[in-house]
Design a protein around this ligand. Structure first.
Ligand code: HEC
Ligand code: HEC
Length: 271
């Protein structure tokens, strides 16, 4: 049996071990050197909420800048103090020395800081390119052949089976809008999950998952009719983490999708 095992328990070795552990700790948690792990659509929304609550007094509600002295426009995609996501992370957490930009501080949780980075990145309208399609043609398709108004509302026209798109250009880059049309299931927030109920006679009701409690659940079908079901009746049900929105990869041409994306991209809040 070798005797070296005893050395591990000498005080000196313990100190060395502790030093090693403490030294390692900052590396393990140095999120600011990593890639942004929070970049989904939901993170954009959460980031926007955080921004409006904590940053908009100086940078404006849509980050386009308050007045000259309070905080700069953050929507251009170019930052004086950062050239990467990791750099933005540091600015948002640590602030800009000797200015009123204090940052959230060392105690801020990494996820929130990254979500703010994601939100700011989503504002750079040039990042996803500029539209090649015709917004005017897209507008026609939206209410016409595309039948998007059968689920979506724009400026009060349409239905509520999908998110209101009146300002979708503020929150989605052009590339995201194109992806939305061909891969609607990529990231679906629980609010828009599909609920599928199967009856004893083989009936199927599929639609938007509305409220759900211990005993009942409700589905909104494609006619915007609410249907209530007992969880303890003859019907079985399943939650599908996919969108009720169909993919338009086959049913619309690429040109039509580009027109629609151009139209959606133009839907923004008034400055
Ligand atoms: C009290 C006002 C104030 C608040 C609140 C504030 N900022 Fe700032 N921010 C500034 C000012 C002023 C600057 C410009 C600093 C400089 O370079 O002189 C700045 C700079 C920045 C920059 C760097 C811009 C660049 O070009 O590099 C980022 C990013 C930023 N702020 C994000 C945020 C975020 C995110 C929040 C909320 C968590 C926030 N700020 C809250 C005032 C504020
Ligand atoms: C059957 C209902 C339905 C139809 C028809 C439909 N959508 Fe959707 N759409 C949804 C739902 C539900 C969501 C939210 C879940 C998701 O992200 O897929 C959504 C999401 C979207 C998004 C992302 C919105 C955001 O806030 O991020 C865009 C853009 C979009 N739809 C555009 C369209 C366009 C353009 C059409 C017509 C060509 C269309 N949709 C037709 C139900 C529909």
């Amino acid at each position: 049996m070798p005797t070296t095992g005893n050395n591990v328990f000498t005080p000196w070795a313990t100190v060395a071990l502790l030093t090693a552990l403490l030294g390692a700790a900052p590396t393990l948690s140095s999120a600011q050197d990593a890639e942004n792990p929070y970049t989904s659509r939901i993170d954009v929304r959460t980031g926007r909420r955080l921004f409006q609550a904590q940053c908009s007094t100086c940078h404006g509600l849509n980050a386009a800048g308050g007045n000259e002295s309070t905080g700069p426009d953050l929507t251009t995609g170019r930052f004086r103090h950062a050239d990467s996501d990791a750099g933005l992370f540091r600015v948002i957490r640590d602030g800009v020395r000797s200015t009123s930009m204090l940052g959230l501080g060392a105690d801020a949780d990494d996820q929130s800081v990254w979500q703010l980075v994601t939100y700011l990145r989503s504002l750079d309208v040039t990042a996803g390119g500029t539209p090649t399609g015709s917004a005017a043609a897209g507008r026609q398709l939206f209410a016409g052949k595309g039948a998007c108004t059968s689920c979506h509302m724009v400026h009060g026209q349409g239905k509520r089976l999908g998110p209101d798109l009146s300002q979708v250009g503020d929150r989605r880059a052009l590339g995201d809008l194109q992806t939305d049309l061909v891969q609607p299931d990529t990231e679906v927030s629980p609010r828009w999950w599909t609920m599928k109920a199967s009856g004893p006679g083989g009936q199927i009701v599929e639609g938007l998952r509305m409220d759900e409690d211990t005993f009942t659940f409700r589905i909104m079908d494609s006619d915007e009719q609410l249907r209530a079901f007992s969880k303890y009746g003859d019907w079985t049900y399943e939650r599908l983490q996919r969108s009720t929105m169909p993919s338009y990869a086959e049913t619309l041409t690429e040109d039509e999708r580009n027109d629609l994306a151009a139209y959606l991209f133009s839907l923004r809040s008034e400055p």
